[in-house]
Design a protein around this ligand. Structure first.
Ligand SMILES: [Zn+2]
Ligand SMILES: [Zn+2]
Ligand SMILES: [Zn+2]
Length: 433
């Protein structure tokens, strides 16, 4: 098969960042740059029954696989389409019962191995970059990453060796897991709830910037890349790999740790937003720089703990209030570490169905969010969306409509005017008339 490329863009070699993607024509804000079907994907276990395993459609009338009773589908076509992948898990889930617990990365890698066996040609997901070309950065793995890598390989053997004959050798698997860790994507819904994991080779070709000119959203299992800044011919196309809420030092640490590079984007070199992001409470006797530093250190540790803990909600039940109080003595309410804690606290409220509590955290978060994040941000859109839906649930009609309209303005650019999420929000607004 001939390499057709992606119209309006080209793969190139950037002197500082290695290979990347650049525009060969102008793209306006909101314009679709390209779409990329997933090479392989997997629905997260928690969303079973709410989304179709095959096409990721969210609906209530799905029917379940008669054998394992765990996978759900729109119809027979979706079930049939999914079988080559589902068969890796269907029987094993019955056999292992409660003890069936491979991580999502392991599940995704099993699917990639199967897909590689049945495809010889370049797939429609690899018009510019082949999965085999993914960086693995094996030379930069520390002992912790190596341990995780070995555990993944062991789990793959444990849960999948019966259904995948002749698994690749350990060296090949080490590389494949490392490639997926550096190049994998998580698929999220319009409120940024996690739906699954996937690989989109062409999307992975883009380099990172903390001031990205495109945003990636999902339509089912297809990734869509839209311009959120004007892009001129010759300019490099950047998406963001990380949450952009945090100050430069934190973003750089995260990028170095997960993607092994030092970010030199305009945001990281000018640090224009750092001061507002680190705002300290205005007090008659302002805190010493030392005090501030130690609180920043403390906050970063807590955030790291949350990131590593699987069941963060458990930690929060006990820590949430004292944490906020402790940090609030030094940090202003608009400080990003405070916002991080409030976001977590809002998550706990939603989980406990404390709608008033969730709403009051949301109200505190949303304004500073729109200052700290770029103009078009999925984090800001999803916060307005959650808040708007909370308002409507609490019969606060005009506030609800106002918040949903704010979300809509961002989503029409980031998701595109014809996205089903945009249509849903429009319907929610119309229902209030
Ligand atoms: Zn379906
Ligand atoms: Zn099944
Ligand atoms: Zn940067």
């Amino acid at each position: 098969m001939k390499n057709e490329g992606i119209e309006g863009t080209e793969r190139f070699l950037s002197p500082d960042r290695g290979r990347g993607l650049r525009a060969v024509r102008h793209f306006a804000v909101g314009e679709l740059v390209f779409a990329c079907p997933a090479y392989s994907y997997v629905l997260t276990v928690n969303e079973r029954g709410a989304h179709c395993e095959h096409c990721f459609t969210r609906r209530e009338d799905l029917f379940k696989c008669g054998k394992c009773k765990q996978a759900y589908y729109c119809n027979v076509d979706c079930q049939r389409g999914d079988w080559p992948m589902h068969k890796l898990e269907c029987v094993a889930m019955c056999a292992y019962g409660e003890n069936w617990c491979p991580s999502e990365t392991v599940r995704l890698v099993a699917r990639i191995i199967m897909k590689q066996r049945v495809t010889t040609d370049r797939t429609p997901s690899e018009r510019l970059l082949l999965l085999k070309e993914f960086e693995a950065h094996l030379d930069k793995m520390d002992s912790e990453k190596e341990e995780l890598n070995q555990a993944d390989i062991a789990a793959l053997h444990h849960f999948y060796s019966k259904h995948i004959s002749d698994l690749p050798d350990d060296q090949a698997l080490t590389e494949l897991f490392a490639q997926v860790n550096c190049n994998g994507f998580t698929i999220e819904d319009e409120e940024l709830s996690h739906l699954g994991s996937a690989v989109f080779p062409d999307v992975a070709l883009m380099n990172h910037s903390c001031s990205p000119n495109v945003i990636v959203t999902y339509k089912g299992t297809v990734a869509e890349v839209r311009a959120v800044q004007e892009i001129n011919p010759g300019e490099e196309i950047f998406d963001s790999y990380i949450d952009l809420l945090y100050p430069t030092e934190d973003r750089r640490e995260r990028l170095l740790e997960s993607y092994f590079f030092m970010c030199q984007c305009t945001e990281c070199t000018t640090r224009s937003k750092d001061k507002a992001k680190m705002e300290v409470r205005k007090l008659s006797s302002p805190p010493e720089p030392k005090e501030i530093q130690s609180m920043v250190h403390y906050a970063k540790n807590v955030i790291e703990e949350f990131r590593r803990a699987k069941h963060y909600k458990n930690i929060l039940f006990s820590l949430e209030l004292s944490l906020l109080e402790k940090m609030g003595a030094i940090f202003a309410d608009t400080n990003v570490y405070m916002l991080h804690m409030m976001y977590q606290a809002m998550g706990v409220c939603l989980y406990m169905q404390d709608w008033d509590g969730a709403m009051s955290y949301g109200e505190k978060i949303v304004q500073p969010y729109s200052v700290h994040y770029p103009t078009y941000s999925l984090n800001v859109a999803s916060m307005y969306l959650k808040l708007g839906r909370l308002y409507l649930g609490l019969e606060k009609k005009s506030q609800g409509v106002r918040a949903l309209k704010k979300a809509l303005a961002i989503m029409e650019v980031a998701h595109g005017k014809d996205h089903h999420y945009v249509a849903e929000v429009k319907r929610e607004i119309l229902d209030q008339k």
